[in-house]
Write a protein that binds this ligand. Structure first.
Ligand code: GLN
Length: 227
């Protein structure tokens, strides 16, 4: 279990899915991003080393439940379903689900998505919302957000629903795409731990509070997101 993992050489194992810029992504051989810097700072506060386990987004909660990872940090939105399976830390960021379309698209608001094909990253809140709103048949699921964006460029889907910050990165990296002005409701990002691991969640919360109070959290965010 995670107590064991913690005791083992003082290493904290973070499960993530490094396909979600600017929160976690590959830069050469490294995995970098806001969540990585926050997790590094938390581990440092706890006097431990950080190890990153890069897995599929929908494998993160199972990894935390089984104790393969001590916590999950992946721009993960707190929701009721996930709260049944894991505990969450205090929130460290907020976001919304944004809609990416091609520049020449006839879709100009969320209502226009009815009857259209939408690409999402499997198991994300974007997946949940679009499946709820548009129905199973309208949703095409991809292992990575970037794959959904490729499908949009190839004309295989009409829109991509994904968190705002990665959406902005994908639009800036790919020609001919834009974001709709309208987006879904605000969500809270938090770190998940195994259910009942109050000791770890308290340590994470104490470290997060410190990072909020001393301006480090803001500094980390500003390093990756230019206002
Ligand atoms: N915030 C979204 C969610 O929690 C997407 C996270 C991600 O793709 N890494 O479902």
């Amino acid at each position: 279990d995670s107590a064991k993992a913690e005791a083992k050489g003082g290493t904290l194992i973070m499960a993530t899915n490094a396909e979600f810029p600017p929160y976690e992504y590959h830069e050469g051989k490294d995995i970098v991003g806001i969540d990585v810097d926050i997790a590094e700072a938390i581990a440092e506060e706890m006097g431990m080393k950080l190890e990153i386990s890069d897995i599929a987004f929908d494998a993160i909660i199972p990894a935390v439940q089984s104790g393969k990872a001590d916590f999950g940090a992946a721009g993960m939105t707190v929701n009721e379903d996930r709260l049944k399976n894991v505990d969450f830390s205090d929130s460290y960021a907020t976001s919304v689900q944004s809609v990416i379309v091609t520049e020449d698209s006839s879709i100009s608001k969320i209502d226009d998505l009815k009857g259209k094909k939408v690409g999402v990253q499997q198991g994300t809140t974007g997946d949940l919302y679009s499946t709820d709103d548009l129905g199973e048949k309208s949703v095409e699921r991809f292992p990575k957000g970037a794959d959904a964006v490729q499908a949009l460029q190839a004309g295989k889907v009409d829109a991509v629903i994904i968190d705002k910050n990665p959406a902005e990165v994908f639009v800036s990296q790919n020609k001919g795409l834009k974001l709709l002005d309208s987006a879904y409701a605000e969500e809270d990002y938090a770190i998940c731990v195994k259910k009942g691991n109050t000791e770890l969640v308290e340590k994470i919360n104490a470290a997060l509070k410190k990072l909020k109070d001393n301006g480090k959290l803001e500094e980390i965010t500003a390093k990756y997101i230019q206002a």
